[in-house]
Design a protein around this ligand. Sequence first.
Ligand code: LLP
Length: 426
Amino acid sequence: MDHFQLRNGELHAEDVPLSRIAEDVGTPVYVYSRATLERHARVFREGLEPVVKASGREPLVAFAVKSNPNVAVLKVLGRQGFGADVVSGGELVRALTAGIPADKIVFSGVGKTRGELQLGLEKAIGQFNIESSEEGRELAELAADQGLEAQATLRINPDVDAKTHEKISTGRAENKFGIPLVRAREVFGDLARLPGLNLRGVAVHIGSQLLDLEPLETAFAKVGKLVKDLRADGHAITHVDLGGGLGVPYKASEKPPSPADYGAMVARATEGWDVHLTFEPGRVIAGNAGVLLTRVVRVKRGGNGPPFVIVDAAMNDLARPAMYGAWHDFDAVSPTRNRMVANIVGPICETGDTFATDREIEALQSGELAVFRTAGAYGATMASSYNSRGFVPEVLVDGEQFAVVADRIPADAIMDAERVPDFLLD
Ligand code: LLP
C-alpha cells in the first residue's frame, strides 16, 4: 500500500495534489511520500517479528542506501530505527549526515578502496562485509597499524540462482561477489588470525527484485551449514548478514512475497543459529514510496505504430526501463475515462529512450501530467546528465506539506564544472 491515490479525480501524494508540486517545482520531479516510507519500514519490522521471537534478539535493519540515498529519506528511515548498508565513502557520509549512528552502518561492496576502508575505520562503523581475502588483509593491516580493530563478516557466494534479471543477480559462482562457499572455511581461517580484524560472522546477498523466496531459503541453508562448520573450526560466530533482495510489484500481476512471508521463512531458516542478524532491504522500503512526475511534451502521431507520447522525463532520469527492460506503471495525474495505446518515450536521441511500447494508458494530451510509479528505489540515484539534461529535483511530501529535498541541477551548473585548458585558448 502506498500514499499515491486518486482524490477528487486527481492523483495526490498524501494530501498534496501532484499538480501543485509540478507548478511549484517544475517537471520532471521525483516525489517521495514520508508516510509510505514509514509504513514500509513498519511492515518490514513487523514481518521480522517471528525472527525476534525465535532468536530473542532485535535484528539490525540496515537500509540499502544505494536504492535511495537522499539525505531526507535516510533521515526518515533513521528515525524509524534503521541503520544503513553503504557501498561507498559517499554513501557512508550521507548516512552519517542523516544522523544514522556509525555502529548501525555496514559497509558492503567488492571494490572498497583503501581510502574508503580508512574512512570506515575512522568513523568506527559497525561492520565491514569483506568480499575477498585481499580486502580482508588490507583492512586488517590498516586497522592494526592504528591500534584499531575492524568488526567484520565474510561475504560468501552461495552459487544460487536468484531467478531475477541477470544484471541484478549476485549469488551465482560466476558473479564477482563474495567468497565461493568451497573456499569459505579456508579464507575465514586465514583472516580470523589477523590482528586488527574481528571476523565475527558471514554475509550473503544473492540478488534484487526477488519474487520467489525459494532461492533465498536455499542460500540461507548454505549459510547455516557454514556457520556450523566455522564453529566446529573453533571460530566464534556471532553475526550473520542476510542482505536484501525482496521484490516489489511493478505491475498488478506481480505478487512478490510479503515481508511477513519473508520473516516466516527467515525464522524457519535461521532456527537455532544463535547470532545477531542484519538485513539490508532497499527496494521493498523505498520503491513504492516514490513516483517520477512528468509532463507530456507532445503526442506524435502518423508513424507505423501507435502514437508516441513524448514526456519530459527521459532515460537519464529513470534508467531502469532502458537498462533492464523494466516495467513502470504510467498513470495520468488527472485521468479521464478515455484510453489509448501508446509508446511512451523521452526526448533523448536514441531509441533506447523508451519507457513502454504498445502500452494501454489513460488518454493523454500535450501539457498533461503523468507519473511513473514505483520510482522511489533505483530512480533518482541512477540518473545521469546525458544529452546535457541536468539532474531532476526531489520532493518529500508529509501530509499536507512538501519540501524540495534535492535541488534541480540544471545543465549549465554541470557545464560550470568544465574548463577549456590554456592550450586551447589561442
Ligand atoms: N545488499 C547488497 C549487498 C546489495 O548489493 C543490494 C542491492 C542490496 C542489499 C539491496 O537490495 P534490494 O533490497 O534493494 O533488492 N539497479 C538495480 C538494482 C541493483 C541492486 C544492487 N544491489 C535496479 O534498478 O533494479
